[in-house]
Design a protein around this ligand. Sequence first.
Ligand SMILES: [Zn+2]
Length: 58
Amino acid sequence: MTEAEPRVPANITCIDCGGRCHLLTRLDPEDPAQPGDLLTYRCEDCLDRWDLLIPEEE
Ligand SMILES: [Zn+2]
């Protein structure tokens, strides 16, 4: 478990329909996502796409 890497949820809740959104962005273990990077999710229910920025770590 590496605490230095930002938390990247595999799923988020759809803002529109409350369904489950799956992470589309492929994460490379050799090049972990950084704060400020864009993550793209797609809702499995309404197929809406959501972009999420990785928050800066405190
Ligand atoms: Zn949805």
